[in-house]
Write a protein that binds this ligand. Sequence first.
Ligand SMILES: Cc1ncc(C[n+]2csc(CCOP(=O)(O)OP(=O)(O)O)c2C)c(N)n1
Ligand SMILES: [Mg+2]
Length: 655
Amino acid sequence: MTLPERQLANAIRALAMDAVQAANSGHPGMPMGMADVATVLYSDYLKFDPSDPKWADRDRFVLSAGHGSMLAYATLHLAGYARPTIDDIRNFRQLHSPCAGHPENFELAGVETTTGPLGQGLATAVGMAIAERHLNALYGDELVDHRTWVIAGDGCLMEGINHEAIGLAGHLGLGRLIVLWDDNKITIDGSTDLSTSEDVKARYAATGWHVESCDGHDPADIRRAIDAALADSRPSLVACRTIIGFGAPNKQGTSATHGAPLGAEEIAAARTALGWAADPFVIPADVAAAWAAFGDKGKKLHADWNDRLANSEKKSDFNNRLSGKVVPGDAFKAYLDGLVAEPPKVATRKASENTLTALTADIASLIGGSADLTGSNNTKTSSTKALTKEDYSGRYIYYGIREFGMAAAMNGMALHGGVVPYGGTFLVFADYCRAAIRLSALQRQRVVYVMTHDSIGLGEDGPTHQPIEHLQSLRAMPNLLVMRPADAVETAECWALALAQQDRPSLLALTRQNLPPVRHDVTKNLCAKGGYRLRAASAARKVVLVATGSEVSLALEVADKLEAAGQGADVVSMVSTQLFDEQDAAWQADILPDDALIVSIEAGTTFGWERYTGRHGLRFGIDSFGASAPIEDLFKHFGLTADAIAPQILAKLGN
Ligand SMILES: Cc1ncc(C[n+]2csc(CCOP(=O)(O)OP(=O)(O)O)c2C)c(N)n1
Ligand SMILES: [Mg+2]
């Protein structure tokens, strides 16, 4: 490497070791090891305009090895983005610094996705690459023509999700996805020899990827490998052989550089070894100027792109797509009116399909899919033909049996913009993709999870397939809107609410079994309040029955029995505890009054329902695993029938 180019990379190294030292925590090894690769990427390949980090046709860069966050902060700063400033970097890992321990998409405009949970960044990038190809198919090269670059470590490639993600990318032929693997043979515990004997390159090749190797400290060799990746139509893995902590003379090549400050002495020795004389957080003017010039090409490309957009007949459509605003249109309104005219007795998964039929007709940006349960999740509509390698304009993704990969890809699609992803699996398998649902919520992304077979009501498949703790545990996740509608009207309302959330994901818990209609008017979206009085007591109110989804009709039956015994009972449909908790105190007090016995009914764990029933209320649910049997037998076995519940309430009331 010529001295000047090595010096440009050394700027990353210096910022990484100095920021980690100042914070007294962090990961210097990865940024120091991949500094040469990152410098080549920024200087010659990455399409970006630092003055507009959200330019729609920019390349996406994902630092999947999120622990190496200082690589992201250093490159964004050096390349001339407004943030992070050098003071932001000085405050690395401190409260309110945008330079958080791991990169956060909501902290810095130049960070495309939150990373840190290993493997997910790469899987998220797959979704970005899908969105790019889809929009390219619709708007052409003149408006959408960018790549997705990933820097991933051994950990990202070792995690199970890597298998799902690269399988999907290989199958869909996402040739504009390029993964630069920090092939340093080191993880936290030491050498990768401790834990793996895998031929990673053979695995990628077997999955339909193009594979290159290079010396990650030789810019010419890095360029050769990347050029080969660009020339190949398959997604590419570039194995960059690097030395972790490159430049730290006594610690490089060892896991000691992975996740701890190098120490003042070693940093001084590294400065000498690297020929870097500048003080901490000082970038020499010639180095700064060279880095600042990297963005010039992108600025010019951006200006040309602006001209093309201005002259494009698709301009307003494109801008509208990218704005992220989606509004249910005429087909949806007609569908809602039809529900009042002829209330259907359907499963809410079927009601979801019917709703989606209207929504996908109205809203072109909706892209559906399922993890191999299309016919069970009811996620495909006549408007959504398959998105394939041959035709990226399709709007339905056959994700295969890859729940985690699907969820991470949906995050990437939402983050990319221009598309609104929804995808289905069984609710019980929310656990398989939970870590990605968590990143949907943390990253404030509008992803809609269509989770069917939401209770023992699925019947004979038994306890492995019957969710118990899932609803409550998902409700515990911050910023995830869990909704469990009770009939077709509520299902439609929940879909409208899910699409209206521009800054959070939603999860629709839907039944396999048919449910009777409980709502007969659609003048107002009552689900918007989270919990509302579906039926008021006739006799003097003694009880409020709070139920969700399939148990709302059961609550109505229980109420009939209580009323027959002279005890007035309200029935509340608690579609979303999160939305209910967001209502004002007056609404909450009106729906859950202090002077009534509050009773919860949900075919899942009772854990947590005391939040609404209080300690003295009653909670009906299931606190064990389910069982394999026909649905009627199961509800009887678990005591979730009006005949079983009503007497217990009457007894509690002293009758
Ligand atoms: C899912 C997940 N598991 C564990 C960790 C903790 N962790 C952070 S970095 C790391 C080692 C990663 O090794 P590698 O990707 O090779 O990074 P390098 O040491 O080369 O920088 C681990 C286990 C994590 N961040 N995410
Ligand atoms: Mg490693």
